[in-house]
Design a protein around this ligand. Structure first.
Ligand code: AHR
Length: 504
């Protein structure tokens, strides 16, 4: 008999309304993300502005409500003034984070135009690496002030009368990392972020801030960093950032798929740290989380080092072009489940990144079309069907052994209830690589609902990849779920991502 798991989902077990911005993503001036990614003038599939229409189509298919821009490490030496005004007068710059040449052909105005076409809001970042309060204020004045002042009038002269009204602003990027241009100690950064946020709020009190947390859970100053930074900035900021990337470096797929548990601990520990500072300050408001970089990233590391060390100052070099396989898609699905299970505190999340650079969408470097990586699918499913209220599943699942993580749960799941559409979607991964598991779900609370679809992403080969010519990993509809008197029986094949949709 197959292994069995049991789950109850009920409208009353509410985690929170899912903030649609958890399906955000990220475009950095890095590699071929912008140039030859979203922008490729002269390409047969580009529009009159040089934007790839096929790429915009795929971004729309993912339905990405927010895009973080322009970095990333890039932002820590970003001179925003170089990216506005007549394109022919914009300078080329040595881009220090990725040791590339930035030609500034795409800048603020162009990116906003692209984001509008992609139906995305821009989450803007300011440079707190090599610059500071004054430049951050000038950029905000340029973007959000209606007019009648130096920088708002400059924007108008550059052809944009209406202010952009960017709402969410990142106060720098990964400032705890020694790799960051202008890396700071926790108190240096805490003070700078506090004073920058204070001044920016004077210009536009309606904006909200993301302050930098640790670059990952392994950083030596982890948790102390958050404590110090929030102690300085608590009054002014709304979100704390978290970043994480996982890789299957030891080629142990069982342990690789257990890494989403690390993301879960990470979120819990950061919530505890935010709430510790809240207690210290006897504050009323909560600091929520912006998980604004998350993904799998390791396949391209050696090539990236070679380009940056030995072939620097190229325009749009081939950097961070991880080609994802099927097990990467499973981990991305598991990470999405973790994010949804924390939707009471994770209000923003950005799959890093969106096009060509550790991305779900790729463009052919030889002038061909665009294509979907394996990780495209779990993200697309979650973004499409995961809008509504996240429900806490009461889940009891068998476990399997792992080398590094001990006993690991076979099934990870979450449900999202969309009251308006009268739909409930269960996202479930069976991360047992050897055995199928039958998931028995009590959905009696959803009277009158029937099974609409069970979509599955599976493959016999964990290392199967997609490419421009062939899509080896793609979802299909199955009949693996049946319903009897409010009890669902779903066959979750070993190593599978499952989307079980119920509706009226
Ligand atoms: O997303 C790639 C890079 O990863 C970002 O620039 C940086 O913030 C992180 O280290």
């Amino acid at each position: 008999m197959a292994k069995q798991a049991k789950m109850i989902i009920d409208k009353a077990f509410k985690i929170s309304e899912v903030d649609k911005r958890v399906y955000g993503s990220f475009i950095e001036h890095l590699g071929r993300a912008v140039y030859d990614g979203i922008y490729q003038p002269g390409h047969p599939l580009s529009d009159e502005n040089g934007f790839r229409k096929d790429v915009i189509e795929l971004v729309r298919e993912l339905d990405v409500p927010l895009v973080r821009y322009p970095g990333g490490n890039f932002v820590s030496n970003f001179f925003w003034e170089d990216s506005v005004g007549p394109v022919s007068e914009r300078p080329s710059r040595l881009e220090l984070a990725w040791r590339s040449l930035e030609k500034n052909e795409v800048g603020l105005h162009e990116f906003k135009k692209w984001a509008d076409a992609a139906n995305s809001e821009v989450m803007m970042a300011v440079n707190l690496g090599t610059r500071g309060i004054a430049d951050a204020c000038n950029l905000l004045e340029y973007c959000n002030h209606p007019g009648g002042s130096k920088y708002s009038d400059l924007r108008i002269r550059h052809g944009q009368r209406e202010p952009y009204g960017f709402k969410t602003w990142c106060l720098g990027n990964e400032m705890d990392g020694p790799w960051q241009i202008g890396h700071k100690t926790m108190d240096e950064y805490g003070r700078l972020a506090e004073e920058t946020a204070k001044a920016m709020k004077l210009i536009d009190p309606s904006i909200e801030f993301v302050v930098c947390g640790s670059s990952n859970r392994q950083m030596p100053t982890y948790a102390q960093w958050e404590n110090h930074v929030l102690t300085h900035t608590y009054e002014y900021v709304d979100y704390l950032s978290l970043h994480t990337y996982y890789g299957n470096r030891s080629n142990n797929s069982v342990d690789f798929l257990a890494k989403s548990d690390d993301m879960d601990y990470f979120i819990k520990e950061i919530i505890a740290t935010c709430d510790y500072v809240k207690a210290k300050k006897r504050a009323k408001k909560n600091i929520n989380l912006s998980f604004d970089e998350w993904n799998v990233w390791y396949h391209s590391n050696a090539e990236d080092d070679d380009i940056m060390n030995n072939k620097p100052w190229q325009v749009a070099p081939k950097l961070l072009e991880d080609i994802y396989n099927f097990e990467d898609a499973l981990l991305v699905g598991l990470m999405l489940i973790v994010l949804l299970r924390h939707s009471d505190r994770v209000k923003v999340a950005c799959l890093a990144q969106l096009v060509n650079v550790i991305a779900p969408i790729m463009t052919d470097p030889n002038g061909g079309g665009s294509w979907k990586q394996t990780i495209f699918y779990p993200f697309m499913h979650a973004s499409k069907y995961g809008r509504g209220v996240a429900l806490q599943p009461v889940l009891s699942t068998p476990v399997h052994d792992s080398k590094e993580h001990g006993a690991v749960t076979d099934v990870e799941a979450v449900a999202v209830y969309n009251e308006e559409k009268e739909e409930v979607t269960i996202f479930a991964v069976n991360r047992n690589l050897e055995e199928d598991v039958v998931l028995n779900t009590d959905v009696r609370c959803f009277e009158g609902y029937t099974v609409k679809e069970h979509i599955v992403l599976e493959n016999d080969d964990l290392k199967a990849e997609n490419c421009c010519e062939q899509e080896r990993v793609k979802p299909m509809s199955t009949n693996q779920t049946s319903m009897d008197n409010g009890m669902l029986t779903s066959m979750l094949h070993k190593a599978s991502w499952n989307v079980i949709r119920l509706g009226k």
